[in-house]
Design a protein around this ligand. Structure first.
Ligand SMILES: Cc1cc2nc3c(=O)[nH]c(=O)nc-3n(C[C@H](O)[C@H](O)[C@H](O)COP(=O)(O)O)c2cc1C
Length: 366
């Protein structure tokens, strides 16, 4: 029996298979970060479609400065709880597990999304892509952000989520701290990799200590910024960050790369059509695999059963994580289990659609 389609356990949670719906922002909340009927429907279809674990779209842990997108999920207000309760119940009724992804936007937002404020970041910096300034967080504000992640995780646990995933990827605040491109601080949170890793590691520790051993805390980690600047996160530094996250209580790591603003096409590579184009973060994941003992989730261009099987068999990934294919085929896992060889997603990236997540590709299968 294929490992991909067999149950798999990490700590207290047993998944019905090794497939993960990677965190996916869907722009389906209201202006207050409250889940909608449409979002409930999306999660119901995913869970009914056979996937083992669903990771929600990134939810902001503090408002307004943590918010990254219009109609994004939030997890910093009691008003947001009821919608999540229904989401979790529905997903569980259909046999899947569900984690909430916790995020703070940092500089990767716009003043109009954060009530006209200037975005915050590890350091003062002009952001050419966003054409705006970000200001450095004070030490006091950094403390408040740690508290916000902790409170968000406790709220997620109370709602009934099976775990949380801390977002340390794609150029959001915690990834900004890791990267020398965005972090030029000269205090205990900047400088060498040890200092740049301090905030993500402290947050992992605080969150884990708050929620307890029986409630999983995963992290999504960048292995590269994928930008053109020579000053950026190296793979060696990412490996060190993975070790620190493990040492501070993280139960599993999902390896990714790129930033949503400067290098989106590194994160979500277009036109993944052949097996050799798939799993574009596998080489980085192998380096991390050699350095940590906790399970790894691999994301980035996974499309065919054969490739995913071999990644699990060789031990590069313990779970396989996909995003764009589930936009097109929410029931993808059931289809693959029934013999379909690969996802039909052509990785066109039209699903980056602030009007609401959907697949608009209607051309031939490629
Ligand atoms: C529409 C869209 C929304 C996304 N939202 C998130 C998100 O909220 N959090 C996150 O960590 N990654 C997010 N991603 C990145 C995906 O989780 C994934 O890392 C990336 O798309 C590569 O995987 P894929 O080739 O299977 O699509 C998003 C990607 C897309 C296309």
């Amino acid at each position: 029996m294929s490992k991909l389609f067999s149950p798999y356990q990490i700590g207290p949670v047993t998944y019905r298979n090794r497939f993960v719906r990677s965190a996916t922002q869907d722009w389906l909340c209201d202006e207050n970060g409250v889940s909608s009927e449409k979002q409930l429907e999306l999660y119901k279809n995913l869970a009914a479609g056979g996937v083992g674990l669903i990771i929600t779209g990134h939810a902001y842990v503090s408002h307004p400065l943590g918010r990254a997108a219009l109609r994004q999920n939030g997890i910093c207000d009691e008003k947001q709880v009821e919608g999540y309760k229904r989401m979790v119940e529905t997903v569980h009724q259909h046999g899947a597990k569900i984690f909430l992804q916790l995020n703070h936007a940092g500089r990767q937002t716009l003043p109009e999304l954060i009530e006209g404020n200037m975005p915050v970041a590890p350091s003062d910096r002009f952001d050419e892509k966003g054409n705006q300034l970000a200001r450095a967080l004070t030490l006091d504000e950094i403390e408040r952000i740690k508290e916000a992640f902790e409170a968000a995780a406790l709220r997620a646990k109370r709602v009934g989520f099976d775990g949380v995933q801390v977002h340390v990827a794609h150029g959001y605040l915690l990834a900004q701290f890791l990267s020398p491109f965005t972090n030029q601080r000269q205090d205990e949170y900047g400088g060498q990799m040890e200092q740049r890793t301090a905030l993500p590691a402290e947050i992992a520790y605080r969150v884990k200590a708050a929620v307890g051993r029986q409630f999983p805390v995963y992290a999504k980690l960048n292995t590269t910024d994928g930008i053109t600047s020579p000053v950026q996160l190296s793979l060696e530094e990412a490996v060190y960050a993975a070790q620190m996250l493990e040492a501070h209580g993280v139960d599993a790591i999902e390896t990714s790369g790129g930033t949503a603003r400067e290098s989106r096409l590194v994160m979500a590579k277009p036109a993944i059509l052949k097996p050799e184009q798939e799993a574009y973060f596998a080489p980085a994941a192998r380096q991390i695999r050699a350095a940590v003992k906790i399970p790894l989730l691999l994301v980035g261009g996974l499309r065919s059963v054969a490739v995913m099987e071999s990644l699990v068999e060789e031990g590069t990934a313990d779970m396989v994580s996909l995003c764009r294919p589930f936009v097109r085929e929410p029931a993808l896992v059931n289809s693959l289990a029934a013999g379909q060889a690969k996802a039909t997603c052509v990785s066109c990236n039209a699903c980056f659609n602030p009007e609401g997540l959907r697949c608009s590709y209607s051309g031939p299968a490629l």
